[in-house]
Design a protein. Structure first.
Length: 124
């Protein structure tokens, strides 16, 4: 069954789960996919793997939640809204050039959507 259809059935509320919980779920899925520790996403580390993982969290947080740029930044170590916007644009713009990245993000997104659904169903 398509996740979007399931969500439509569960609405009317525009935010199905708390933004903090949603971003934590996204972070957990990215951490698992990249095999990094949670602290890395909030630290100032700039190695390629950590930076990419952090930007994917930014991208998915914007795509899957109603979180503001400021809220996402706070969850990622007090990063600025400009940094969150740039990270989002970087990932969105890379999909055409890097189909492997696109597939990885889609895989993480599917895992996150399943976790969101479990969270929504356990709240009822």
């Amino acid at each position: 069954m398509n996740f979007d259809r399931i969500i439509k059935r569960l609405e009317p509320s525009p935010t199905l789960i708390d933004i903090e919980i949603a971003i934590r779920i996204i972070k957990a899925a990215v951490i698992d996919a990249f095999q990094i520790d949670e602290l890395s996403l909030s630290e100032k580390k700039r190695d390629a793997v950590t930076t990419l993982a952090r930007q994917i969290v930014m991208y998915l947080s914007r795509q899957l939640t109603d979180a503001s740029l400021n809220e996402i930044g706070m969850e990622l170590g007090d990063r600025t809204p400009a940094t969150i916007s740039w990270g989002y644009q970087r990932i969105a713009g890379a999909f055409n050039e890097n189909p492997g990245l696109y597939r990885k993000v889609i895989g993480i997104r599917k895992k996150v959507e399943k976790s969101f659904l479990c969270e929504v169903l356990t709240e009822e």
